[in-house]
Design a protein around this ligand. Sequence first.
Ligand SMILES: Cc1cc2nc3c(=O)[nH]c(=O)nc-3n(C[C@H](O)[C@H](O)[C@H](O)COP(=O)(O)OP(=O)(O)OC[C@H]3O[C@@H](n4cnc5c(N)ncnc54)[C@H](O)[C@@H]3O)c2cc1C
Length: 345
Amino acid sequence: MKHGYNTSVSNENTTLPYDLIIVGAGPLGLAAACAAQTLGLKFIILDKAGACQSLVEFAPRQSFYSPPEDLEVGGVPFPLAADDKPRREDALAYYRAVVTSRRLPLQTWERVLSVHKVGEIFEVKTRQEPDGAWEREYSARNILLASGVWDQPVTLNVPGAELHKVSTRYVDPTPYLWKDCLTVGGGNSAAEVAMALCRAGAKSRMALIEESLEVCNLRPFVLRELKILVDEKKIEPHFGVEVTAITPTEVSLRSRSTGAEETLPNDFVFTMIGAVPDLPFLRDAGIAVSPEDHRPIYDPETFETNVSGLYTVGSMARNQHIVNGRGNAVGVVERIAAKMGASAA
Ligand SMILES: Cc1cc2nc3c(=O)[nH]c(=O)nc-3n(C[C@H](O)[C@H](O)[C@H](O)COP(=O)(O)OP(=O)(O)OC[C@H]3O[C@@H](n4cnc5c(N)ncnc54)[C@H](O)[C@@H]3O)c2cc1C
């Protein structure tokens, strides 16, 4: 059955395309939804799980580095005790409050399977999650992809990468007490995992392609804390190396400059080396993708992809900070509203 915006309650079969369908109810999808509501667009927002599923999957009590006002969307205040940084649980409660206080038309547990443009209209196919109880079709004049990259973490392409001890997710350090752990990556996530493991009594090593901590793109307070733990020999960094093989009890590293190999004892590996969008989904939608970082190619001013009427914002569009991405999301919706106003006139 095709779903659309009902022109009249008494005639349920008469449907028009939505002005906008927003894919993904992360912080940026919610920012866009609030703007669409304010501007009176006919829209829905669809998420394959609940709101902000990526944040749900953060480690418990994970803190944000941004102050609460930088995580706000839709003008809904994010109150927090003075001097506190928001934690995962604060942010989740906040974004739930955004959905409920703004009464956003969010349809949860409904995965967008495909988006195809036929003429001037997008056909959107969805499926109930988690068990595929039903499928639906919608039509829309514009699509905003705010589905992020969280679900497609980059994995190592080396022998042993498929072992159970290798993980792209980190939840809690307790299972790793006294265990030999290697965190792969030189970003903030890798640094935070390595530090959490070390503080909870694991033997914590890092493998970084970077030659020093200073050239890693770390937030200042993360760099400061990590340097202290490295100086105190509580974390053992291996700089300028690549992982070449993993066995149940060891990892092998190779120097990128000399080619020298070393093998370390190892019980668990955490690969924190980034994420990419859902490429089959993008290609199926006809969206051109950059060969460098596999992100959609889009107009940097309008965030419109090569498929006209199909926009992308947030981490899908290389934006790592909600404070910047939310303005982009609102801008996209404002341009769509202007366009819809013009086409209605
Ligand atoms: C540990 C950590 C700390 C961070 N701290 C900060 C910080 O302090 N400040 C800051 O600004 N940023 C921070 N970030 C980054 C921030 O979390 C991301 O920038 C933000 O979550 C990206 O939002 P998004 O809306 O683009 O995507 P996401 O938050 O990833 O949301 C995407 C949504 O789309 C849904 N989805 C995916 N595919 C589909 C589909 N096919 N159909 C329907 N729905 C789908 C998902 O379920 C999800 O709910 C942090 C990130 C991490 C990992």
